[in-house]
Design a protein around this ligand. Structure first.
Ligand SMILES: NC(=O)c1ccc[n+]([C@@H]2O[C@H](COP(=O)([O-])OP(=O)(O)OC[C@H]3O[C@@H](n4cnc5c(N)ncnc54)[C@H](OP(=O)(O)O)[C@@H]3O)[C@@H](O)[C@H]2O)c1
Length: 359
């Protein structure tokens, strides 16, 4: 089946040569058996929107993974119906179909990657949540194996955990999941302007990652806590400058049995890679490598992360939130410039979403 947009479908696009542009199209979108046709309301911006094109070879295609929109059509027997407001994320990998890019006015989403947006979750926040909540949940509940919120209320974890880059969007989710799971000593790094906010979300000890004494300060705090060494560490930014954040994380972790997780692919093989889209195999071609590689699906882990995302949705505003979500105003060209800046990790704190239809 195919869907023909009733009006021009404006989209943010990357071509095969990695040029980014705004495109207008009225081409029909192919709709698979278990897929929803969505009229977009907001598309959420992630660093992956451009990084996957520039670094991992995912092009030519429409940009974007997160969205909140209105269902125009759903498959027979679906739990979704026309008019439902849903949010979700869409598939990735080499050869990604243009229909899945979420920075367009009409898109296609597999039914099992969408959820209904409840009244407690503002639509712009719904469009910001899936990618970052799923990757943080993968770190906390699959690699660290902390219990899902609400699944074991007697779980108390006193041994300190470290979240580096706690004010990245993924870091904010990790801090709140750790608190909800039962972690009692959550050590976080962030810029000083973010410290009070992070404490309000669950961080118990917060350090400036730019301080020359940050590693020593963290080690002194771990010693003073007297609850053992850091046993779980999540690098939620994997920054490369000025000092690679993963190297600083390693210096804070003295327990050889500690579990290390880094949010991007790292050379240091002690760091496991969490993933928002672990439902399916993911095939990419990393720059400088001739052959594609496939990261195998972990569907059981994905569905556990999805449960955590649904917990965050149900508890949004009361135990879980993204504290800063900005709706971009202005033209599609302006939105594209902002998307590129987020991909360069140079836009700073907070989530941004684009309003649709793009102008
Ligand atoms: N594996 C996956 O599936 C997956 C999923 C989502 C994201 N990611 C990746 O994860 C990274 C973060 O994504 P995001 O959307 O959460 O980012 P984001 O919200 O755009 O992160 C911005 C924040 O990063 C912090 N930061 C920048 N440099 C830092 C450093 N050297 N040390 C500590 N914090 C630093 C800044 O915190 P302050 O304001 O405190 O300075 C800034 O506010 C990106 O590389 C993204 O591609 C991977």
């Amino acid at each position: 089946m195919s869907f023909t947009p009733p009006k021009t479908n404006r989209r943010l696009y990357v071509d095969a040569d990695c040029n980014f542009s705004v495109r207008d199209t009225s081409s029909p979108l192919l709709v698979g058996d278990n897929e929803l046709v969505i009229e977009n309301i907001y598309s959420g911006v992630n660093p992956a929107d451009t990084k996957h094109a520039t670094i991992l070879g995912i092009r030519a295609t429409t940009l974007g993974y997160d969205f909140c929109g209105r269902v125009l059509s759903s498959p027979p027997g679906s739990s979704f119906k026309q008019g439902d407001v849903v949010a979700g994320l869409t598939p990735s990998g080499l050869g990604r179909a243009e229909k899945y890019g979420t920075h367009q006015d009409y898109l296609i989403c597999p039914e099992d990657m969408a959820f209904k947006v409840p009244g407690n979750l503002p639509e712009a926040h719904a469009a910001s949540l899936p990618v970052v909540a799923l990757v943080a949940a993968d770190a906390m509940f699959n690699f660290f194996k902390f219990p899902l919120p609400g699944s074991n209320d007697s779980f108390v974890h006193q041994q300190p955990i470290l979240i580096w880059g706690g004010s990245s969007s993924a870091g904010l989710c990790a801090v709140q999941f750790a608190r909800a799971s039962g972690c009692r000593n959550i050590i976080v790094t962030a810029s000083p302007a973010r410290h009070d906010m992070l404490k309000s979300l669950g961080a118990t000890h917060v350090f400036d990652y730019k301080s020359p004494t940050v590693v020593d300060d963290i080690l002194l705090t771990v010693k003073a806590l007297d609850q053992g060494p850091i046993g779980h560490a999540f690098d939620a930014v994997c920054a490369v400058e000025p000092t690679p954040s993963a190297a600083l994380v390693s210096q804070c972790v003295k327990d050889p049995a500690a579990i290390l997780v880094g949010i991007t692919i790292l050379k240091d093989e002690r760091f496991k890679l969490p993933f928002s889209l672990a439902k399916d195999d993911w095939t990419i071609r990393v720059n400088g490598h001739a052959n594609p590689i496939t990261i195998p699906a972990r569907p059981d882990d994905y569905w556990k992360s999805w449960s955590a995302l649904q917990w965050a949705v149900a508890n949004y505003g009361q135990g879980f939130e993204l504290p800063h979500v900005e709706v971009l105003e202005g033209s599609a060209e302006h939105v594209l410039r902002e998307v590129i800046q987020v991909g360069n990790l140079s836009r700073g704190f907070g989530k941004i979403v684009a309003r649709h239809p793009l102008s």
